[in-house]
Design a binder for this molecule. Structure first.
Ligand code: GAL
Length: 659
């Protein structure tokens, strides 16, 4: 049996952010009683409670938190205790105005919302660590304490700060990276546009200027900003490790929505990986595919192992243009969609809907309508379902396909002055993942320098910038016979975002047996047809083959008659952005990866497996009517033993312990 993610939680983690500071104490007992009714096993307590815990500088008031910890413990609810450092109190910001974040235009952003601090602020760090130390000392031995929840969604609102403190910290970071100004000038290519620096004091963050900033400066500033937030996390983590070494520690990431932090670097520093995910109700990608991406991306950060869904919503959120409520059954399918892909539970923002504040129209486990509501009934049902799924804990998803994701590459591609504004690295990664999802093929998201040897196929949807380690790794994988599929605009730049020498694509031309002569991005809305029946948009390029075979050529467009898709051994190159269905067909054929299970189109199948033990087939029916699946085993949710084909109710879920 593998090590449990949070050993003090009774079963899978089920609960949500609990913000009792918004309520009179008289409500707390009712909260705990209702948590029991819903089968809640753990809550994330006090995430935004800094001002409540330290109402004035150095005046800590923990008696109410003491009572809460006791009440929760006696109700059998474990606590994922927040360090409460995500939102500094007003007294702090007034005392330390230099800690307020400054945007690229030089505007100081004030307090009064949340997370209004500069990530490089020493005053913020000092006061945050004081609070963490006090909390750790006080609660380290409390029997309710199951996990530490550091901060909340680092960089959600204050990703990059351009103040003087940040400028100093950026210069220190650059000195450590480059040692001397000559190396910095070379890396940034400052000979261009007379940007050469002759004194460190001249170097600054990429503040607003008259036209495009230096792209490598932009890239390094994003790397620096990720590191600045990470240093705050590791500082808090280290206090917790020193004071309470045996308690698991996490911070909640946003693997499918935040591209401000290099989560691969973060994951290495995080004892427990957790993630927040909110579906975009009106997005062309269906909610289930969005869920699958978020979960697979998080599992990738967890190295394929256990992780926890720390937040999602029971129904509508409050920050989209139109906040669509979830249809009946969607809550169960979405929660179990995460569990199917490796989450050791399903947590929410938040337990009880807030009466006041910006999030009063955000759904909760206990909605404004109270317990006489669809949401509450589904919350209670989900608690029961998770209770019956306890035995899946510790089992793993096995995928045969890897999708490469690199933050620096995406950041470099987000700099202005690209050949087309219509090609987006992070979106392409999601689009390729969704194509596999529709084909029923399980995939892991991995770093380009990760061990790829266990995968049948590796996809590089968009790897504009590939550093030397990534190239060596990918080349080695391909040389060993693995199937590699590379998307357009890949392999062009080195780690400093300098274009690699000819022939293009510099990093991969040998591997792919092709040469790219010139890019021919398409006008907005234009598409091209290929002679294999597929169609494409956004991007074409003048491609010639050196050793590869041409699989498809353009029938029209600016490079009509030229190669569009090529193959050299097991290395495929797509010189264009295939439309969704063409991409799905190509990937399903080219990866050679098995589908998880043959199911009707409305059903999603995912398998978790204990090493050398039971396998669990999650069947999520996204259609309205029942579906029949050729599978056998015992449904953990109902106890039904299916000896013939299993029936999955419309909008429902079956989890088979496979025979
Ligand atoms: C998350 C955040 C929560 C809450 C939620 C609303 O980003 O961590 O505190 O604001 O969004 O959807």
């Amino acid at each position: 049996m593998s090590k449990r993610l949070a050993p003090r939680v009774n079963g899978l983690s089920y609960g949500g952010d609990y913000n009792p500071e918004q309520w009179p104490e008289s409500v707390w007992a009712e909260d705990v009683a209702l948590m029991r009714e819903a089968g809640v096993t753990v809550v994330s307590l006090g995430i935004f409670a800094w001002a409540w815990l330290e109402p004035a500088d150095g005046r800590y008031e923990f008696d109410r938190l003491d009572r809460l910890m006791d009440i929760l413990h006696s109700g059998g609810v474990a606590v994922d205790l927040a360090t409460a450092t995500a939102s500094p109190p007003a007294w702090f910001s007034v005392a330390h105005p230099e800690s307020l974040p400054v945007d690229a235009d030089g505007r100081t952003l004030t307090y009064g919302s949340r997370q209004a601090f500069c990530p490089s602020s020493t005053a913020y760090r000092r006061k945050a660590l004081d609070l963490v130390e006090k909390l750790a000392e006080r609660y380290k031995d409390h029997p309710a304490l199951a996990m530490w929840h550091v901060h909340n969604e680092y960089a959600c609102h204050n990703a990059r700060c351009y103040c003087e403190t940040s400028a100093d910290a950026f210069r220190d970071w650059l000195r450590a990276r480059y040692t001397g100004l000559d190396a910095l000038n070379a890396a940034w290519g400052t000979a261009f546009w007379s940007q050469t620096y002759t004194d460190w004091a001249q170097v600054q963050p990429p503040r607003a200027t008259v036209t495009s900033s230096n792209p490598t400066q932009l890239l390094d500033f994003r790397r620096f900003s990720s590191d600045a937030h990470l240093a705050n996390f590791t500082a808090e983590r280290d206090v917790l490790l020193r004071v309470s070494p045996d308690v698991p520690i996490t911070t909640n990431l946003m693997a499918a929505s935040c591209y401000e932090l290099d989560y691969w670097q973060w994951a290495r520093e995080m004892p427990v990986i957790s993630n927040d995910h909110y579906v975009l109700a009106e997005h062309p990608t269906p909610p289930a595919a969005q869920t699958a991406y978020a979960a697979d991306a998080t599992r990738g950060l967890a190295g394929g192992g256990s992780w926890l869904l720390m937040e999602h919503s029971t129904s509508a959120v409050n920050w989209q243009p139109r906040n669509l409520a979830k249809a009946p059954g969607a809550l169960l399918r979405e929660s179990l969609g995460h569990v199917a892909r490796g989450s050791e539970g399903a947590m929410f923002f938040q337990w009880r809907a807030s009466r006041a504040g910006s999030e009063k129209w955000h759904s909760a486990m206990l909605p404004h309508a109270g317990t006489a509501s669809k949401i509450w009934r589904e919350v209670v049902a989900l608690g029961g379902a998770l209770g019956r799924l306890a035995e899946v804990e510790g089992s793993r998803v096995v995928a045969h396909v890897a999708i490469l994701l690199d933050y620096s590459s995406g950041w470099a591609q987000e700099a202005p002055n690209q050949p087309s504004t219509d090609l987006h690295a992070f979106d392409e990664v999601k689009r390729w993942h969704a194509a596999l999802w529709r084909a029923g093929i399980a995939a892991d998201l991995v770093h380009p320098a990760a061990d790829l040897s266990r995968y049948t196929a590796v996809l590089a949807p968009s790897l504009y910038l590939a550093d030397d380690d990534a190239i060596a790794n990918i080349t080695g994988y391909s040389a060993a016979g693995g199937t590699l599929i590379v998307g357009p605009y890949s392999g062009l730049a080195d780690r400093n975002d300098h274009i690699r020498p000819a022939p293009l694509p510099g990093a991969f031309h040998n591997l792919l047996g092709v040469r790219v002569e010139e890019h021919f991005p398409l006008p907005a809305g234009a598409s091209v047809a290929l002679d294999d029946g597929s169609s494409a948009a956004v991007w074409t390029e003048q491609l010639s083959v050196t050793e590869a075979t041409v699989l498809a050529s353009y029938l029209d467009g600016p490079v009509a008659g030229e190669p569009a898709i090529t193959r050299f051994g097991e290395a495929w190159y797509l010189g264009t952005r295939l439309d969704d269905s063409s991409l799905q067909a190509l990937l399903a054929a080219a990866t050679g990866a098995p589908v998880t299970h043959h199911v009707p189109a409305q059903v999603e199948a995912v398998r978790r497996r204990h090493e050398g033990g039971n396998a669990y087939l999650f069947l999520l029916n996204h259609g309205d009517g029942p579906a029949v699946v050729d599978a056998r085993g015992t449904d953990l949710l109902t106890g039904t033993a299916w000896t013939g084909p299993a029936e999955v109710p419309g909008r429902g879920v079956v989890v088979l312990r496979e025979a």
